[in-house]
Design a protein. Structure first.
Length: 133
């Protein structure tokens, strides 16, 4: 699977970037992951592939457990969906699905860190590797 995470944000603190980089490295054994940082929302249209499955990270009333996220990722892979774009920090982009990290508002850096950690956790669950709980 290939994940491209688009992060729309003026600036992300260094400590978040360090954590993100660590999980990005860990995820490398399970999938291809690329993070693209954008300063403005209007840059998204030019960057996102029309053929990718788009997931918008936003606040909704539907929260997923780590196991449910793992199941969703596994189902996408089994169905042949291999190119997934995840968008953080935009509310105007067209999407196929929404994903909620928390009902609380979060800094974009924190939201990105939580997302990438949850992706790592999901792949560990899918592969039946220790990490979860």
């Amino acid at each position: 699977m290939k994940f491209t995470i688009y992060i729309v944000c003026e600036k992300i603190e260094k400590f978040y970037l360090e954590a993100i980089k660590e999980y990005e490295k860990r995820l490398g054994r399970y999938c291809t992951i690329k993070l693209i940082y954008l300063k403005r929302e209007d840059q998204l249209e030019k960057k996102i592939s029309d053929s990718s499955y788009k997931i918008l990270v936003t606040n909704t009333n539907q929260l997923l457990s780590s196991e449910e996220l793992a199941e969703k990722i596994n189902d996408l892979g089994v169905s042949g969906t291999s190119d997934i774009s995840i968008i953080i920090g935009s509310e105007t982009v067209l999407y196929d699905e929404k994903l909620t990290m928390s009902q609380m508002d979060m800094d974009t850096g924190l939201k990105t860190t939580v997302l990438i950690e949850q992706l790592y956790r999901a792949f560990r669950i899918i592969q039946n590797h220790p990490y979860h709980k």
